[in-house]
Design a protein around this ligand. Structure first.
Ligand code: PMV
Length: 360
């Protein structure tokens, strides 16, 4: 599919007003996306587990304008309070997507959102937030054009979400989602995420992810700035090639259930992401001393208990602890007894692999 396939056709129905509500999850990348080109296209393919408990609920209320104009008219309510500070981000998102969803100029919108996780937890809310608004907009497009297929509905939702925040396109559909063109992943595209369609070995079903909240502060470096620093980065070319190869490796690992290779690849990807940040100009470190202490504890535990526990990181100090469901009880005990002490106010969130967007 090309970008032109995502331009909405003329509306068949005259929809005066309505409301739609969607819940979409966060996701955690196993092979990371870091580096992009305009418009929000990835420099390398990535794959993520879709999460379940960390999610955003968004309602979109819409009333058709009495007089048509060219302005985007919307109000944002976040966790019950009006948030004019979120206005510029949504304005920019609407500007990016208007050629694909021109009907957004015809309505007055109220966008009301809430996250299941604390706002300043260091958990990126852009993936779940942007995918939730995209689902709502697609629901409106479906009311305007009920003939659109389910496949188109989800692909375009992911396409729109990508234009809001790259990794958001991996929060729409599927337990494992690939974003970025790759010769071995059927249907993969730089334009939207696709569910990983190979058979996944049982050990990778219902995978567990506990997010350890090490630093709940605002990120020192936004991901937009971080992605930008990959332009002219001395290791960029090799990194993009490595990530491409790692998708091939991950595909085989997931199909075969090769858990020790999974552990090694996931941890290497996390550290490589941070190595890219540490070798950018300007350079930066997003890990905190407690992040490293946790990593050491995870390695010790894995060694001593013959466990398959591993960690991954986002662009921040929090640690995602990944483990198979068969180790749920023992690992969660280890987290409560040993790792919670490294978390800010002892705070962590147990999550697991989910399936994607749900209409509420
Ligand atoms: O979607 P963005 O622009 O916030 O970028 C997110 C990038 C990482 O979370 C660091 C990696 C990934 O693939 O999700």
């Amino acid at each position: 599919m090309t970008t032109n396939d995502f331009i909405a056709i003329a509306s068949r129905n005259d929809v005066k007003s309505g409301k739609t509500t969607w819940q979409t999850p966060s996701n955690i990348a196993l092979v990371k996306y870091w580096g992009k080109r305009d418009p929000q296209l990835p420099e390398n393919p990535s794959i993520s587990f879709t999460l379940n408990n960390c999610h955003t609920n968004t309602s979109l209320s819409f009333v058709k304008k009495e007089e048509q104009d060219d302005a985007f008219c919307f109000k944002i309510i976040f966790e019950g309070e009006e948030k004019p500070s979120f206005q510029p981000k949504i304005q920019k998102f609407f500007e990016r997507i208007v050629s694909y969803v021109p009907f957004i100029k015809d309505y007055n919108f109220v966008i009301s959102s809430e996250n299941s996780f604390p706002h300043s937890s260091g958990i990126a809310s852009s993936a779940s937030g942007m995918s939730a608004i995209s689902m709502c907009l697609m629901q409106l497009e479906k009311q305007l054009n009920p003939t659109i297929s389910e496949e188109y509905f989800y692909k375009k939702a992911s396409f729109l979400a990508r234009l809001g925040s790259g990794s958001a396109c991996r929060s729409v559909k599927g337990e494992l989602v690939v974003w970025g063109e790759h010769s071995e992943i059927e249907g993969s595209s730089d334009l939207f995420g696709v569910p990983f369609s190979s058979t996944v070995a049982p050990i990778f079903k219902n995978y567990q992810d506990t997010v350890l909240l090490v630093d709940k502060g605002e990120k020192q470096v936004s991901s937009t700035v971080g992605h930008d620093l990959m332009h002219g980065h001395p290791f960029a070319k090799n990194r993009f090639a490595q990530a491409y190869d790692n998708i091939s490796k991950m595909k085989t690992i997931l199909e075969k259930g090769a858990i020790s290779e999974f552990v090694a690849l996931v941890e290497s990807e996390a550290l490589t992401l941070h190595a890219m940040m540490m070798t950018s100009q300007p350079y930066f470190i997003l890990m905190k001393p407690k992040t490293l202490e946790i990593i050491q504890e995870i390695w010790n535990y894995r060694e001593e208990n013959n466990s398959n526990i591993c960690f991954t990181l986002d662009a921040g100090a929090n640690v995602h602890v990944l483990y198979p469901i068969s180790e749920k009880e023992t690992v969660q005990e280890f987290i409560a007894n040993e790792l919670a002490g490294f978390c800010q106010n002892g705070h962590y969130i147990h999550d697991e692999v989910g399936f994607g967007a749900k209409e509420l």
